[in-house]
Design a protein around this ligand. Structure first.
Ligand SMILES: [Zn+2]
Length: 284
C-alpha cells in the first residue's frame, strides 16, 4: 500500500488522468456543437487565439495564468481545471482499485485499468454535457458500446479476473442488452401508467453502455438502484423547495454515471454487505 514503487505508480496514474482530463475539456466543449475533437488544437473560447503548449499544462496553467487568457485577458472558467482535477483523482482511485499492490502490476491489470478509466472518462464527459445541455451524445453512449465489447474481449484474452468489469464478449453484450432492456422496460411501464416520458431515451442508451463495460448482473441492477436512491436524495428536496416535478428538476444521466463509478470502486463489496445472498449467488 504505502511502498515507494506503488506511490510512484499512483503519481503516474494521477498525472495521466490530469492530461486526459485536459483532452476531456476539449471533448466536452466541442461534442455538443458537432466539431472535431482532434482538429484544430485548443484555442481561447473568447478571442480564438491558439493556446501555447506551455499554457496547456493541466490545472497549473490555469493557476499561473490566474484564470485569464494570455492574449485577451478574458477570464477562463474554473470548470476547466476542476474537470482536470476530477479526472486525475478518478484515474488515481481507479488505479488504486485495479492495482492495489505491486503483484497486480502486469499486463492484464494494466488493461483493466485502461478499460475502467476509459469508462470513467465517458461518464465524466457525459455527465457534464447532460447537466449543461440536457442531452447525452450518442458518441458517449451507444457508439461507445463497441469499446466496452472490445475491452471485455481483450481482458478475457489476457486472462484478467475481476468482479467489477465485464470479461469476455458474452458478458459485455449481455450487459448492454440487460442495461438497455431493463431501463427501456421501466420507461415503457412508466409511460403506460402515467402517459408521459419518465426518462429520456438517452438514459436507456447510457445504461446500455454502462452494461457493456460492467456486465449484466449484479452491476446493472446495482447501478439502477444506487442512481435512483441518489436521484431521490438530491431530487426530493429540490422538488419540495421549488415545487416542480422531479423530471423537470433533474436529468437522470449524472446519477447513472455516479452509480457506475460507485460500482467500479466499491460495488461488489457493497452488494456483499447489503445483500449477502446476491453476493454469494454471483460469487463476489
Ligand atoms: Zn483569449
Amino acid at each position: 500500500m504505502g511502498d515507494p514503487a506503488s506511490l510512484v505508480l499512483g503519481a503516474f496514474a494521477l498525472i495521466f488522468g490530469l492530461v486526459i482530463g485536459s483532452f476531456l475539456n476539449v471533448v466536452i466543449a466541442r461534442l455538443p456543437e458537432d466539431r472535431s475533437v482532434v482538429w484544430p488544437g485548443s484555442a481561447c473560447p473568447l478571442c480564438g487565439t491558439p493556446i501555447k503548449p506551455y499554457d496547456n499544462v493541466p490545472v497549473l496553467a490555469w493557476i499561473w495564468l490566474r484564470g485569464r487568457c494570455r492574449a485577451c485577458k478574458g477570464s477562463i472558467s474554473p470548470l476547466y481545471p476542476l474537470i482536470e482535477l476530477l479526472t486525475g483523482l478518478v484515474a488515481w482511485l481507479v488505479f488504486r482499485r485495479v492495482m492495489p499492490g505491486l503483484d497486480q502490476v502486469d499486463l492484464p491489470h494494466l488493461a483493466a485499468f485502461l478499460v475502467a478509466f476509459g469508462f470513467c472518462c465517458l461518464l465524466i464527459a457525459q455527465t457534464y454535457i447532460d447537466v449543461r445541455h440536457y442531452i447525452i451524445p450518442d458518441e458517449l453512449s451507444v457508439y461507445a458500446i463497441p469499446f466496452g465489447l472490445g475491452g471485455a474481449v481483450a481482458l478475457q484474452a489476457l486472462g484478467y479476473e475481476g468482479a467489477f468489469l465485464a470479461v469476455g464478449w458474452k458478458q459485455s453484450a449481455l450487459g448492454a442488452l440487460v442495461g438497455g432492456g431493463l431501463l427501456g422496460a421501466v420507461m415503457g411501464l412508466y409511460w403506460l401508467i402515467r402517459r408521459e416520458e419518465g426518462m429520456g431515451f438517452g438514459d436507456v442508451k447510457l445504461l446500455a453502455m454502462i452494461g457493456a463495460f460492467l456486465g449484466p448482473a449484479p452491476a446493472v441492477p446495482f447501478v439502477i438502484f444506487v442512481a435512483s436512491l441518489a436521484g431521490a436524495l438530491v431530487g426530493l428536496p429540490m422538488v419540495l423547495l421549488r415545487g416542480r416535478g422531479l423530471r423537470a428538476a433533474l436529468p437522470f444521466g449524472p446519477f447513472l454515471a455516479l452509480a457506475g463509478l460507485v460500482w467500479l470502486l466499491t460495488g461488489p463489496e457493497l452488494v456483499r454487505r447489503w445483500f449477502p445472498g446476491v453476493g454469494m449467488l454471483f460469487e463476489l
